[in-house]
Design a binder for this molecule. Sequence first.
Ligand SMILES: Cc1ncc(COP(=O)(O)O)c(C=O)c1O
Length: 401
Amino acid sequence: MENDELVQLEKKYFLPVGKRLPVTLVRGDGVDVWDINGKQYLDFVAGIAAVSLGHCHPAVVKAIERQSMELMHTSNYYYTIPQVKLAQLLCDSAKMDKVFFCNSGAEAVEGLIKTARKWGKEKRDGAYEIIVAENAFHGRTMATVTAAGTEKYRAPFTPLLEGFVRVPFNDINAIKKATTGKTAAVLLEPLQGEGGVILPDDGYLPAVRAWCDEAGILLMLDEVQSGVGRTGKLFAHQHYGIVPDAMAVAKALGSGFPIGAFLTLDHCSVMGLGEHGTTFGGNALACEVGFTVLSYMLEHDIPGEAAKRGDYVGRRLHSLADRHPMVSEIRGIGLIWAIEFSGPIGEDVVNKCLAEGLLVNNVKPTALRLIPPLTVTEAEIDKALEIIERVLDGIEANPPK
Ligand SMILES: Cc1ncc(COP(=O)(O)O)c(C=O)c1O
C-alpha cells in the first residue's frame, strides 16, 4: 500500500479524534524509524515517552518471542510466573506494597481514583473528594477526563463525576485551602508532561507530602509519563525524597508494549475481592515484557544514563535558546524537555523537522516536547538539535506575520 492510500483509508474508517502527520512508519531500530518510502527519522517522540529502551530492543524482542511461544494470556483466574515476578520487582523497586496490573495509563489512574474513593469510605468517614491540578492530564476515561485540568477534554462529556476539586499546580496553599472533611486524596503528576513539561518548585511535593500526612489524606502520584526512568530517576518523586501513598505507572514499563499498573502502600491497599478486575491486564506476555524492561533498566542503570544525557540536552538547549530570539524558555529534567516559543510556531516546527528527518511533537501550540528513548546517544541528540536549530533559523529568517 502507498502512503496516500493509507491516508484515504484512515479518513474513511477512523473516528477523527486525532491528527496524524502524513507519514506511515513501518520499521524501528533504537532511536531510528523508517517510513513506507524508506525515509529515516530520528524519533524524539518515542511513542509518547513509551518506547523507553528504543524501538525493537533485542531484549524486549526476545522476551516477546520466548513468552509468546509459551503462554500469552490466561485471565487472572490463575497464577502466571511472569506476573508474580514483575509484581515483586516493581513493588520492591518502587518501595510499594501492592500492585494491580492493567493495560494503559488511564486505567492505572482509574485504579488510583477508585482506591481514593474506597479508602475515604472506609477510613475517613465517607470522604470522597480528590484534589487535582489545573493543567493536569490523566487519560481519557470518564474519571480521568474528570480529573483533567483542561476544559476542552471535559466539556464534551458533562455531566462529569462528582468530587474533583481543582487547584493551581505548584501552589501548596491552594491544596491546604481546598482540603476539607470530604477530602480523601490529592492526585498529582510529579511534573506535568502533556501540560507542557511543567516542573514544580523543589519544595512543592515535599510540602504536599507533609500536608497530606498532617491532614490525614492520601498523596497519589500519576507517574505514567514521568515514571520508569524518564526523569533520570526510576520514579520522578525520588528527586524530592518523598514516597507517595499510591502511584500509577504505564508507558515506559513496556518499552512500546501496552502495560500499566497502580501501586499502593498497605495502609491504603483497600480494594477487596471482586472490587476491581480486568481481562487482559497483567497477562503473561505483557508482564514478561515489563519484567524484562524493568530488569534491564535496573541492571544497566538506564535512569542514571538518562540523567547524564538529560544534562547534556539541557546544556545544548540553553545554548540554542541564547542564539534564538523565538525561544522564550527551556524546561525539563532527565529526558523530558520542552522548548517554549514566543509565538504559536510549534506545528510549523514539527512539520519542518519531519521533512528534515526528525520526529518531535508540539505539546502546546507554543511548545515543542523532546522525549526520546532513554537509550539515546549524545551523537543522536546532536543530530536532532542540529535539525531543530536549522528549522528555527529558517523560521526566524522568515518570521510568521
Ligand atoms: C500523566 C499521564 N497520565 C495518564 C496518561 C494516560 O495514559 P494512556 O494514554 O496510556 O491511557 C498519560 C498519557 O499521556 C499521561 O501522560
